[in-house]
Design a protein around this ligand. Structure first.
Ligand code: HEM
Length: 250
């Protein structure tokens, strides 16, 4: 499928595209090129998807028992002990994630600015629905996910906005956070996780294209694959909060 963009009549001649031209006197590295930035987006995105798969599987332990979930949270902090100090692995994961988030956002902003600069004349007509939808879901969806992440860490990691407070077990925070009386919190998580799913679906698909995998033969399979991975993550992430709010997990 090729995305069609209806362009309106240009009101001025279009100068040559400035992107990726070697700058006089300054050699441009791979990271400065559009391809380099797309690779940064794909690699950091893949790191985050791997984290999300592990995180989702860990969260599902709440269906076994509170203890099972707390044991998993403890293991995240004590793994590698006594060879390495307490929390070594988790700290590595946090640093890799933080670097990935920053690089991902940097590459996204940089690519978007470049695309804007390369389009000297505004379209007189609106873009097609598909192009507009993808841009909106990635840009505003990305901002929503970052805001959600800040709230999520204050809620379930640090406990400062959680009814159980910071001095509690991860299972207690999770079960109190999605208590039936706090159905609205579950609703906020639902919207955020669906946003994550839509962002992933488009992001995974874009990564396949960056890697040059999305040829005609594999097009449908890869699109379905991207949608499937996203759907599994959305369902897996939403299962615990919904089960707690509906009283299945207490
Ligand atoms: C509704 C689904 C989710 C639930 C129930 C959930 C639950 C939790 C819990 C209980 C913790 C604290 C774990 C601990 O202290 O050991 C946590 C941490 C975290 N969550 Fe989630 N999470 C969900 C969705 C997400 C999503 C969609 C993302 C990313 C977009 C995310 C990113 C994180 C991060 C980065 C941490 C901090 C990890 C750390 O350094 O300890 N979570 N989550």
């Amino acid at each position: 499928m090729t995305a069609t963009i209806e362009r309106g009549a240009a009101t001025a001649p279009i100068p040559p595209k400035p992107a990726d031209k070697p700058t006089r006197g300054r050699p441009r590295g791979f990271l400065a090129s559009s391809n380099g930035k797309k690779v940064v987006m794909a690699v950091t995105g893949a790191v985050m998807v791997l984290f999300l798969v592990g995180h989702m599987l860990g969260n599902l332990k709440i269906f076994i028992s509170r203890d099972s979930f707390n044991d998993y949270a403890t293991a995240l902090r004590t793994l590698l002990e006594p060879l390495a100090p307490y929390r070594t692995l988790l700290t590595i994961v946090e640093v890799v994630l933080a670097v990935s988030v920053v690089l991902h956002i940097w590459a996204a902003i940089s690519l978007s600015r470049r695309a804007h600069a390369a389009r000297p004349v505004k379209y007189a007509a609106k873009k097609s629905q598909a192009g507009g939808y993808a841009t909106h879901i990635m840009r505003y969806g990305g901002v929503t996910i970052v805001l959600f992440l800040v709230w999520h860490l204050l809620d379930l990691t640090f406990g400062v906005v959680n009814p159980k407070g910071p001095v509690s077990t991860p299972a207690d925070r999770m079960i109190a956070g999605f208590d039936p009386s706090r159905w609205w919190m579950t609703l906020i998580y639902l919207v955020a996780v669906v946003m994550v799913g839509l962002h992933l679906r488009h992001g995974i698909w874009s990564a396949f294209q960056t890697l040059g995998w999305a040829n005609r033969n594999r097009y449908k399979a890869l699109r379905t694959g991207a949608a499937l991975v996203s759907a599994v993550l959305v369902i897996g992430f939403l299962a615990p909060p919904l089960a707690i709010t509906f009283g299945v997990v207490k």
